[in-house]
Design a protein. Structure first.
Length: 130
């Protein structure tokens, strides 16, 4: 039932090109490589605006993709955790792509139903990896 995203703002939303969200946020992308081929990815973000507004030290993760191997997912989450901890984040929230004002969440059931705008769609095994 998956339908490819319509928008072409992917490179902007992950911080590879200019996007207003990143005027007050710090992103870092991680890519898992096995045998020379990508097998997973994740983006982590420190939203300085969010943390200042809420007086918190939260980090966010999103744009998670992985093959169905816990080792790959763990490596991505470990890298995300280390990077956010180095920036004094005490809590990690997600998945958000890249913040709650965009696509967020994880599909855990309803895989047999058609998607709607901004609805996350992911493989069934993601909930186990996360």
């Amino acid at each position: 039932m998956w339908v490819p995203p319509i928008d072409s703002s992917g490179s902007e939303l992950v911080g590879f090109t200019s996007h207003p969200f990143y005027d007050q946020a710090e992103p870092q992308a991680f890519l898992a490589i096995r045998n020379g081929k990508p097998c997973g990815r994740i983006l982590v973000v420190v939203s300085h605006a969010y943390n200042q507004c809420h007086n918190e030290l939260y980090g966010f993760l999103g744009f998670f993709e992985s093959i169905n191997e816990q080792e790959v997912a763990n490596a991505l989450f470990d890298s995300a955790h280390t990077w956010l901890a180095d920036r004094h984040c005490t809590v990690i929230r997600g998945p958000v792509n890249p913040s709650v004002t965009y696509q967020c969440g994880l599909l855990v059931d309803g895989f047999d139903m058609p998607p709607v705008f901004l609805m996350p769609y992911n493989p069934t095994y993601y909930s186990l990896l996360i």
